[in-house]
Design a binder for this molecule. Structure first.
Ligand SMILES: Cc1ncc(COP(=O)(O)O)c(C=O)c1O
Length: 390
């Protein structure tokens, strides 16, 4: 039989059926697992068998989630964590040690920036930023002690697109680990491993859950690298809870159809607002007006579910816009069935200096819309009426 498409695989992969012959995935809500006798327990602890020991190490429900992630990302292995941030932190701490250098794209999620700027230097790890929109400068920033390149594409919240084929080649040439946060695109839309990434990290809290219920994270990649991550996490404890894994695993079955609707709604809104008189610029990856449109259509199946735009009136207009929305939610999340509006300069990226924000295009009037699954016309109507009042 010919190999199944990842979309089919993600729906059909499931943990071993129990004696109850359930159709949907069972939930193994247990902290630990029992052994028949002392010898099987010894063998499990000696890594001579794959038996589950304790849910900080492994759990069948979590395993189902990571097996499905591997099918979607085209990865050899994956380890699931309690949140996206614990996935990112584990991917740094497993491979970077005192004296190593991390080269990161400057346009990254606010908490990732905090890890890089505030915590990694405490461990003697050097970090420097390169611009998302100046790939020509990246190679010169590589040092003899550089170990990893880290990037997001599309970036949060500015929607810069980084050429994954370029980053993959650069990492290969200099023998570096390429670590990509694929949260915004999701693996049904973009597969960084196909372009040479060694590690892919996710906040599963966003589009993967897609319904704003649970936190989760995952790191996928080469088997040897994921084994190292597993050893780090097994001892340090950021494991994904089985209940959250069950929720996330079931959600992956509908990720592809949900992302298609999120993206078609986002494109509809982006096209309608592009020339709105209150907006100075709007970005959506699959609109030809996006500065990296050519790269976006090369590596992404669609433009994703996020649209961002800048209000001509700056910070005051930003506040007025949020205050006048009647349907869109003001909440610290994205990737939900419900459309969400946010103002990054005063929330997620408030810890950056004004200069750092401007370097990654987070202008005072920047609004980020996470397009939900509501009827597209209703989302647009709410945005337009709020724009008229700001
Ligand atoms: C691109 C990106 N990476 C990582 C994270 C962190 O994920 P979590 O909130 O699940 O820890 C977020 C959260 O918004 C994000 O947008």
């Amino acid at each position: 039989m010919k190999e199944q498409d990842p979309i089919t695989k993600v729906i059909r992969i499931h943990s071993e059926r129990t004696n109850e012959m359930e159709h949907s995935s069972p939930l193994f809500l247990t902290s630990s697992f029992v052994f028949e006798n002392a010898e099987s327990m010894r063998a499990a602890f000696a890594d001579e068998t794959d038996d589950n020991i304790y849910s900080r190490f492994s759990n069948p429900t979590v395993q189902e989630f990571t097996d499905r992630i591997c099918a979607l990302e085209g990865a050899e292995a994956a380890y699931a964590t309690a949140s996206g941030m614990s996935a990112i932190f584990a991917s740094f701490m497993t491979f970077l040690k005192k004296g190593d250098h991390l080269l990161s794209c400057n346009a990254i999620f606010g908490s990732t920036h905090t890890i890089i700027k505030k915590y990694l230097p405490n461990y003697g790890i050097e970090c420097s930023y390169v611009s998302a929109d100046k790939p020509g400068e990246w190679e010169a920033a590589i040092r003899p002690n550089t170990k990893m390149i880290y990037l997001e594409t599309p970036t949060n919240p500015g929607l810069d697109i980084i050429d994954l084929a370029f980053a993959g080649e650069l990492a290969k040439k200099h023998n570096l680990i390429l670590n990509v946060d694929n949260c915004f695109a999701t693996p049904v839309n973009q597969r960084p491993i196909d372009f040479g990434a060694h590690l892919v990290v996710h906040s599963a809290t966003k589009w993967m859950d897609g319904q704003g219920r649970v936190l989760g994270g995952v790191i996928a990649g080469k088997k040897e690298l994921i084994h190292d991550i597993y050893m780090f996490c097994r001892s340090t404890g950021p494991a994904l809870a089985p209940f959250n894994a069950w929720v996330l695993s079931k959600s992956l079955e509908t990720l592809d159809v949900r992302m298609e609707r999120h993206a078609s709604n986002a494109l509809y809104i982006a096209k309608a607002l592009e020339n709105h008189p209150k907006i100075s610029w709007l970005r959506y990856p699959s609109l030809p007006s996006h500065p990296q449109y050519a790269i976006a259509i090369k590596q992404m199946k669609n433009g994703g579910g996020i649209v961002c735009f800048n209000l001509k009136g700056g910070i005051e207009s930003g506040r007025n816009f949020l205050n006048n929305l009647q349907m869109l939610s003001l909440t610290a999340n994205l990737g939900d069935t419900r459309s969400i509006a946010s103002h990054p300069a005063s929330t997620t990226h408030a810890k950056l200096t004004e200069e750092e924000r401007m370097a990654v295009n987070i202008t005072p009037g920047l609004i980020r819309i996470s397009t939900g699954l509501e009827y597209a016309g209703d989302i647009l109507d709410d945005i337009v009426q709020a724009l008229e009042k700001c």
